[in-house]
Design a protein around this ligand. Structure first.
Ligand code: NAP
Length: 289
């Protein structure tokens, strides 16, 4: 009875991950959370890194900085992860002449506004980047990591928006709900496996995404937005200790816990009011330019 309970309660692997001198793929490493995760892995864990995004100039600048400051090895790979053939290319290129130990699928995009204003093509791009591309990448890397038997792992960057419905980010919220459930389902399937899968679900972070979508209009300077560095430190720790699901920051933890106690309709109503104000501020700002 005791051992059965232990098995249910434990996050399945007992050994922590060890990134030192091992190769870690980080997607979306050209800015925001991905860049901060890559920097944290190099600075505090001496990991070698495959940096992935579309903007090669930004990846190369980060590569140079991390190699010269922390003495680790880095490679930049330019890939558009909304194109599934480029995910095949990324996989092949990343495993050439090296063993990959961990994969952090962080790249993602949002759309902030009325869902009916979201053009179909943009919706499809969001879906491929945030959902289909992630599944495709997992289909490449998971069997690879299992065969390697080095106790590696995968982390999927989801969002609090995948745990709670978010009006005016309906498609994004839906895409992250998929990732959260998909990741948690897979995590359990991997309970007795060699490698782990972590779902990391941040709330607001002060990044390009928050700024360019206009979402920061409401929250600028408040404690609601985590810094990318703080969020990244929690992401690395969550993956290292092989959490199934991790929500960083006490405000986000409190929000997710509180959401379990309140009716969902009330939460969506409050979120709707909050985001309507942010959207109005965005529209006003765009009109003044
Ligand atoms: N910011 C938040 O408040 C927040 C909250 C919860 C969860 N998250 C999640 O955290 C992750 C990182 O977001 P962030 O806030 O750091 O945003 P960000 O600063 O905009 O970074 C997004 C990264 O994804 C890359 N990317 C986007 N589309 C891509 C594509 N088609 N192919 C390859 N790379 C692509 C971008 O690189 P290129 O443009 O160079 O390709 C960039 O490096 C996302 O999954 C996001 O959903 C963010």
């Amino acid at each position: 009875m005791r051992s059965a309970l232990k098995r249910i309660l434990k996050e399945y692997h007992s050994d922590d991950m060890n990134f030192s001198q091992r190769w870690v793929v980080v997607t979306g490493a050209s800015s925001g959370l991905g860049k901060a995760i890559a920097t944290g892995l190099a600075a505090k864990h001496q990991a070698n890194l495959i940096l992935v995004a579309r903007r090669l100039d930004k990846l190369d600048a980060l590569k140079q900085q991390l190699e010269s400051t922390h003495g680790i090895k880095c490679e930049s790979i330019a890939a558009d992860l909304s194109d599934l053939t480029q995910i095949d290319m990324l996989f092949q290129k990343s495993i050439e002449n090296r063993d990959i130990y961990a994969v952090i699928l962080n790249a993602g995009i949002t759309y902030f506004g009325e869902h009916q204003q979201l053009p179909w093509q943009q919706f499809q791009q969001l879906l491929t980047t945030n959902v289909t591309g992630i599944v495709k990448a997992v289909e490449h890397y998971l069997p690879y990591l299992q065969v390697k038997q080095q106790s590696g792992g995968i982390m999927l960057v989801s969002s609090v928006a995948g745990l709670l419905p978010v009006p005016y980010q309906a498609a994004y919220s839906g895409s992250k709900a998929f990732i959260t459930h998909y990741g948690l389902g897979l995590n359990e399937e991997l309970r007795y496996d060699d490698c782990s899968l972590t779902v990391f679900s941040p709330g607001g972070i002060a990044t390009e995404m928050t700024h360019s979508s206009g979402l920061d209009a409401q929250f600028e300077g408040s404690a609601v937005l985590q810094s990318p560095e703080q969020c990244a430190a929690e992401a690395i720790q969550a993956m290292k200790t092989r959490h199934a699901l991790y929500v960083p920051g006490w405000i986000n933890k409190f929000q997710v816990f509180g959401a379990r106690l309140l009716p969902r309709s009330l939460l969506v109503f409050f979120a709707g009011n909050l985001y309507r104000k942010a959207l109005a501020a965005k529209v006003k700002q765009e009109a003044s330019h």
